[in-house]
Design a protein around this ligand. Structure first.
Ligand code: ASP
Ligand code: MG
Length: 262
């Protein structure tokens, strides 16, 4: 059975109305893929707002409590997306990072994924449900809630794609795909239909746009194809977006499977 991981960034769930659009994108994919996992970020500026809130109470909050607070942003998104899918008669269930078996180091606010044990996700997928996972967060081996660092939901999506043997990970963004330079700043930016992991890593390092370096390195090491596209123009699936994949066949077998160490 074909498994697909779809990642929805903060811009794609910026308002309550956005959840219905995202639910429609998921339902369209349901026609071709029986096993769907959606990884979701916090709504719009929700993470920034939570960090500002913490700072008003304590300018230097304890890192454990910081993670406890900022992980809430994604929890709001996953439950709302499950509700939006339920409103369209789709059987969906949301899980936090901890419930999804995203095991991390104990480095609060910049934890590294060290293992993925998606037992509950597999049971839900086998039961025919659409699975929705909170990005950006996990649980340490001591049972503490951790977060992966800003922009960490991309890494959650790739790690889950690897753990579930997904055929690819799709990223739904507020741009049409990956450009040779940042399209928000230079109007001459060119959309790249296909690029290698190394090209994507170079662009991410240079302009900071699109995907996290961590997630690109993880995808490269595990040869997970990535498809970056816009959440806006989905009618008729005309938009091509950008594919990030490698045709090289050298082996990465000796590398650690999940984490971005080394
Ligand atoms: N919500 C988190 C952030 O804004 C994680 C993410 O969006 O990937 O950094
Ligand atoms: Mg965000």
């Amino acid at each position: 059975m074909k498994t697909l991981v779809m990642k929805f960034g903060g811009a794609s769930v910026a308002t309550p109305e956005h959840f219905s659009t995202v639910a429609d994108i998921i339902l369209r994919r349901r026609q071709s893929h029986q096993r769907l996992v959606a990884v979701v970020s916090a709504m719009g500026d929700a993470t920034d707002d939570l960090i500002a809130l913490a700072k008003r109470v304590n300018p230097d909050p304890p890192r454990r409590e910081y993670d406890m607070l900022v992980s809430v942003g994604e929890r709001i998104s996953i439950s709302l997306l499950a509700m939006a899918l339920a409103a369209k008669e789709c059987d969906a269930i949301s899980f936090t990072g901890s419930q999804s078996g995203i095991i991390t180091s104990n480095q609060h606010s910049s934890a590294a994924i060290i293992d993925v044990k998606p037992r509950r996700l597999l049971t839900a997928l086998e039961g025919g449900k659409v699975v929705i996972v909170a990005g950006f967060q996990g649980v340490s081996s001591d049972g503490e809630i951790t977060t992966l660092g800003r922009g960490g939901s991309d890494t959650t999506a790739v790690a889950l794609g690897i753990a579930l043997g997904a055929e690819r990970v799709e990223f739904y963004k507020d741009v049409l795909g990956v450009y040779d330079c940042d399209p928000h700043h230079s109007p001459a930016a060119r959309l790249l239909p296909q690029l290698s992991y190394q090209e994507a890593i170079d662009i991410a390092g240079r302009s900071g746009q699109i995907l996290h370096l961590r997630c690109l390195r993880l995808a490269e090491r595990n040869k997970m194809p990535l498809w970056v596209r816009s959440f806006r123009e989905i009618e008729g699936e005309r938009q091509e977006g950008s594919w990030i994949m490698d045709s090289a066949v050298d082996s990465y077998a000796s590398m650690p499977k999940y984490e971005e160490v080394g």
